[in-house]
Write a protein of this length. Structure first.
Lengths: 174, 174
DNA sequence: CACCGCATGTAACGTGTTACATGATTCA
DNA sequence: TGAATCATGTAACACGTTACATGCGGTG
């Protein structure tokens, strides 16, 4: 994923790692806590694969920059990725796994877990609203936050279903 | 994630890799296409970490089995994981990234992408219904499928918003 | 005979992620 | 003086994922 985000940002023009990190933070409204080191590792790997090339640029009073740009192969790979619809229902999410195991194991207290998780979801919604309320939130970013909100709401509705279902199962003698 | 699923299954009693693979497939209603090899690699890694221990058991007419069981440390790690609410709004999903880049870049055709993706989502919903209709679907699994459905529906609603928003942005002179 | 099911595993690679090291400048 | 910003990078590990190798037994 990060590969493509970086390639996408480079498609707007050459940039160096430090700059890209800021661009990513910006694009994701600060919700992606990205370690700078990871940008460099990813960039290096992309360069190794011939998707990105770089050039050192000296500066006065500041360290050299390594300015990266997309190669033709990189552009092609990016467009291929962009065009292809996402085909992954994300069934391997932690939340799913946790609930399933809670049900299968009867270890711990499933209902208590659901309550805690619901609480967390509400906090997440509040967090998202707070982020959206910032003045400097670009329209694209607010779109993202909205999408995240939809997912959290889906989780909330699902948690309700889970709790109801647990009741049914227990009621049915199990 | 797989670590914990395997540990969870082992919490029900000792088992060997091949068996665990089937149990995972069962638990996820066949939606997790898990390579057997991965089970063994994960199991090995768990053993290295002292969370799982194994014992070879000979069989007539069949290869030896390596029967694994959870250690005390493993049980503890599992419970810790199970109890903790999930705190990850999954903003790094491919779908989000793709839409954001489509908007930022004006490369390709965002609207066409949205249409394709919507189509794919509808297919996914159909797939989920089909799985849910199976006779041998356990209640827990159908719960999972329902959850996945909620997420896909959230995606669909979000795609609508994205398309509308794109219209607004273009209309406003961009 | 060919294939499937049973059952194990390893080598290899891709990606995420962090902790750490370096060194200059600017500002309080 | 100490901290923050600018800017680079590496070593190391965890995890996902696949392709491949092995070998027996039963079924068509």
């Amino acid at each position: 994923m990060l590969r493509y985000v970086l390639m996408g940002l480079l498609a707007r023009g050459p940039a160096h790692g430090y700059e890209l990190r800021a661009a990513v933070a910006d694009m994701f409204g600060g919700t992606w806590d990205l370690n700078v080191g990871q940008v460099y590792t990813t960039l290096t790997r992309l360069e190794r694969g011939g998707l990105v090339e770089s050039e050192r640029v000296a500066q006065d009073n500041f360290p050299d920059r390594r300015v990266c740009s997309l190669t033709d192969a990189g552009t092609e790979a990016l467009l291929d990725w962009l065009v292809a619809p996402v085909d992954d229902m994300a069934l391997k999410q932690d939340l799913f796994g946790k609930i399933l195991l809670h049900c299968l194991l009867d270890a711990g207290d499933p209902v208590a877990f659901i309550r805690r998780q619901r609480q967390r979801c509400l906090e997440q919604l509040a967090q998202l609203s707070a982020l959206e309320a910032h003045d400097d939130t670009e329209p694209v970013t607010s779109l993202l936050l909205e999408g995240a909100g939809f997912h959290v709401e889906a989780d909330l509705r699902w948690l309700d279903r889970c709790e109801a279902r647990l009741g049914e199962l227990k009621g049915a003698g199990r």
